[in-house]
Design a protein around this ligand. Structure first.
Ligand SMILES: Nc1ncnc2c1ncn2[C@@H]1O[C@H](COP(=O)(O)OP(=O)(O)O)[C@@H](O)[C@H]1O
Ligand SMILES: [Mg+2]
Length: 316
């Protein structure tokens, strides 16, 4: 591998931040710092707050490894700061990050490109959704989610009409725009993109008897509540169409180097794209490192590869 980022350069690992996912980001960041040090890099963990630009200057940071998630970290804001300061960084650029963070914009782009995504409706405050819902012809159950969040934060399944107001109120505590999406029965599949190609896919199931109806926050972050299948138990042609849709979405949004794309695959084999994660979790237990491992790429190889991809992206 060509040394884009030399071992002599000060590498700042950005973690924490100002989003609801800062705890998860801290875990990703600590794991990344540890492996970069092991690989021989001069890595410093930088807990991100509004003083980030002066911190980057003080520490003489030459490249940034972005281990942030969510608002300000994954949505193009920090990427804009790094572009302005001329510091190469990992992950996607300003526009791709902003688009992917916004599930509504993502779904409009996907639909325009012929990539299947669950039917949905967007509501904003003040809430006047009943007529919209009637007009949409969408039947229960629904998933209600904030437009710009991650880690299943603020997401609820709505199975009966009485649950809708509570689900909307919860989602509105996180964002001023909320999606009411058709609930798709089927398998949860996630695809890792690495070096602009499909690295592999994984199916995630909720452990039987856990009483959970989807991959909610507790399921995602409690060890033992998830069961993984690599590769997903899908017919070859269905898996191929899932992976093709993932790579197309990565390119459509203008993502750089790596991402992780979440799907629900309906029993008939139709893959519904849920979202594009431009900064997927990087703890040792996260999905992308698991997929990488199954491909013979250990955690350190993965982190090294991502760091070496650091660049300035310009507008996108
Ligand atoms: N329309 C849907 N139908 C069925 N399950 C869904 C739907 N939307 C989300 N989910 C479930 O909720 C999880 C989190 O939703 P997702 O859209 O990926 O948001 P997040 O950014 O919080 O990960 C998914 O992995 C899936 O298990
Ligand atoms: Mg997701």
């Amino acid at each position: 591998m060509t040394e884009n980022i030399p071992k002599t350069m000060n590498v700042g690992v950005l973690y924490g931040g100002l989003s609801a996912e800062k705890g998860i980001s801290q875990m990703s960041g600590e794991a990344v710092v540890k492996s970069l040090l092991k690989l021989g890099y001069k890595a410093t963990g930088i807990s991100v707050d509004r003083a980030l630009p002066s911190r980057l200057k003080e520490e003489g940071i030459g490249a940034a490894f972005n281990a942030l998630h969510g608002k300000f970290g994954e949505d193009g804001v920090v990427q804009g700061v790094l572009e302005l300061m001329g510091i190469p960084y990992t992950g996607s650029g300003v526009a791709a990050s902003a688009l992917a963070m916004d599930k509504v914009l993502t779904k409009h782009l996907l639909t325009g490109a012929g990539i299947l995504t669950p039917p949905f409706l967007v509501v904003g405050k003040p809430i006047e959704y009943s007529q919209l819902l009637r007009q949409s012809g969408m039947n229960l159950p629904y998933m209600v989610k904030p437009a710009c969040e991650g880690s299943s934060i603020g997401i609820s399944k709505v199975s009966v009409p009485e649950e809708l107001p509570g689900a909307l109120a919860e989602a509105f505590t996180h964002d001023s725009r909320v999606l009411i999406e058709k609930f798709i029965e089927g398998q949860d599949v996630t695809v890792a993109i690495y070096d602009e190609a499909v690295l592999g896919s994984m199916e995630i199931r909720v452990r039987e008897g856990s009483g959970r109806q989807f991959l909610d926050y507790e399921v995602k972050y409690t060890e033992g509540l998830e069961v993984f299948n690599i590769p997903p138990s899908l017919p070859g042609n269905v898996l191929k169409s899932v992976e093709e849709a993932a790579l197309n979405a990565h390119a459509l949004l203008g993502c750089s180097f790596y991402s992780r794309i979440d799907f629900k695959v309906a029993p008939a084999g139709r893959p519904y794209l849920l979202e594009v994660n431009t900064l997927p979790g990087l703890t040792a237990l996260s999905y992308v490192p698991k997929i990488a491992e199954s491909r013979g790429m250990n955690y350190e190889d993965l982190i090294n590869g991502i760091l070496q991809s650091a660049s300035l992206k310009g507008r996108v």
